[in-house]
Design a binder for this molecule. Structure first.
Ligand code: ADP
Length: 479
């Protein structure tokens, strides 16, 4: 199958978040399965000069001359087509935000052009003799593609639209429709119009043949008012075409057996070796080296979405329990100062590192016993999956991808050896603390704990599994 993957970021070319991982890994997994994949992405300045760039051709859209370049991503073997239009993409820094953290003022123009080029490629109008069977779009930046393709009279590919984050919708003033030269037939409440504004996201949600999001539970949640960001009605209307497919993880990068960042390699058959990583972690964070106390950990953006306020609220109670706690993160200044003052109050129990540190993240995953993710919402989440691979049992709130990837330790799941972590439901400090106490109870039973670790470490979080599910969606929309 020929698949055009339309994404505004893709690892390792450019990454700001999970979308880049999905674009990089999924396109690679599909190519590895023998599919003919092209990744289409703007040629941002941050992509930098590449040695193997090939000029494919130029096209003219809205009186603009655009070059199409080709490069092969060595790490994944996938061919990427870069949209070269320096006036829109040759800016320093972030693809979406300017230096002050505000969206680029011309984002509507930048991503409308991105979509129009994608349509030209999809309709085989770029003289490459290559027409996709599937156009797979991602997030609002590519939302106009299904909408514009819907107006093509014939020979159009099927479309799939994936929601990575429903909170960002690409909503612009109504006059943007004309300034972007978009067809007026798309302007109505069942089209691109969203409360008198122009919504790029709706282009994907209304017109794509299939919609996916990054976990089955989030697929249900976004059909409700609490999570739907105003689009819950449309999403439940399209529920027959909406499916949740969990992201995979990079199993090469996150493997305790080969991880170059950690003190001691280990796997499920040599779990006792994990202890050396715990001692290294305690030392690294300046905590007493004590193998009897469980080390709880948290690595996160310090924002309300991640339930950091819940952790802060129950931290004094946690400190009265037999445990240590290490936290790595950056974000909200108020959270940071509250955490710093708590770290000063409990120097033997709680240690904090502010900042982004990939290597330390690996060391924490390897050395901790329990990993906290009390998120208010979590479309998929990655750390709970990394944690399980490292035998670090996740303690999570029952939402989104967390609900789909962690099996709560209950009498039944402990008995049948399916338990891999601890789950609580209500987003309040009390229920979080209760779950922490449950984790301590199981921790005091080494055999049960070890059984959970082995079960967690054996779970399949591979991209191969995800790619097989996307493949089923592709087959459905093309049949
Ligand atoms: P989100 O994309 O909402 O931030 P995810 O769990 O999907 O949450 O992915 C976050 C990724 O970023 C994880 O791999 C996590 O380990 C990493 N991360 C977050 N904060 C830090 C940090 N301060 N240092 C190192 N890695 C971090």
């Amino acid at each position: 199958m020929k698949i055009l993957f339309v994404a505004s970021e893709a690892h390792p070319l450019i990454k700001t978040g999970g979308l880049a991982d999905v674009a990089g890994s999924l396109s690679s997994a599909l190519a590895g399965q023998g599919q003919d994949v092209r990744l289409l992405i703007p040629n941002y300045q941050a992509i930098g000069p590449r040695t193997d760039i090939r000029y494919l051709g130029s096209l003219r859209i809205d009186n603009r001359n655009i070059n199409l370049l080709e490069t092969r991503i060595a790490e994944t073997g996938v061919t990427a087509w870069l949209i070269d239009y320096p006036a829109y993409y040759n800016y320093p820094g972030n693809p979406y935000l300017d230096a002050s953290g505000e969206p680029w003022a011309n984002n509507a123009e930048r991503f409308a052009l991105f979509c129009k080029v994608a349509v030209a490629v999809a309709m085989n109008r770029v003289k490459q003799n290559w027409q996709p069977d599937i156009v797979h779009c991602n997030d609002w930046q590519s939302g106009l593609v299904p909408a514009l393709l819907s107006l093509e009279p014939e020979a159009k590919p099927a479309t799939v639209f994936t929601i990575h984050n429903l909170a960002y919708q690409g909503v612009f003033p109504p006059e943007t429709l004309t300034s972007l030269g978009l067809p007026v037939e798309l302007w109505h409440p069942e089209g691109l119009e969203f409360h008198d504004q122009l919504s790029f996201m709706k282009g994907g949600l209304v017109y794509a043949d299939a919609i996916t999001t990054v976990s089955p539970t989030y697929a249900q949640e976004i059909q409700t008012e609490a999570f739907g960001c105003g689009l819950e009605g449309l999403l439940s209307h399209r529920q027959a075409d909406l499916v949740g497919i969990l992201n995979g993880i990079d199993e090469g990068q996150w493997d305790p057996h080969t991880d170059p960042h950690i003190a001691q390699a280990f796997d499920a058959s040599t779990l006792a070796l994990k202890q050396a990583n715990k001692a290294a972690l305690q030392q690294q964070f300046g905590l007493p080296i004590d193998d009897t106390l469980p080390v709880f950990a948290l690595i996160s953006r310090l924002v309300e979405q991640k339930g950091i306020d819940l952790v802060i609220a129950c931290l004094p109670d946690m400190m009265a329990l037999p445990m240590q706690f290490v936290l790595l993160g950056d974000g909200n200044k108020t959270f940071i100062s509250q955490l710093q003052s708590l770290a000063a109050d409990y120097p033997e129990r709680f240690a904090l590192r502010i900042g982004y540190n990939e290597k330390l993240a690996h060391q924490i995953e390897a050395g901790a016993d329990v990993f906290l993710m009390p998120s208010r919402f979590e479309p998929c989440g990655l750390n709970q999956m990394y944690s399980q691979r490292y035998g670090t049992l996740p303690l999570v709130r029952n939402t989104g991808g967390l609900a789909d990837t962690v099996v709560d330790a209950l009498p039944q799941t402990l008995a049948d050896h399916t338990a891999t972590g601890f789950v609580f439901s209500e987003a309040n400090p009390g229920p979080l603390l209760e779950a922490i106490k449950r984790a301590l109870t199981v921790y005091s039973m080494p055999k049960a704990w070890q059984t959970m670790q082995v079960q967690a470490m054996g779970k399949d979080f591979s991209w191969q599994r995800s790619a097989a599910e996307y493949w089923q969606v592709y087959c459905r929309v093309t049949s």
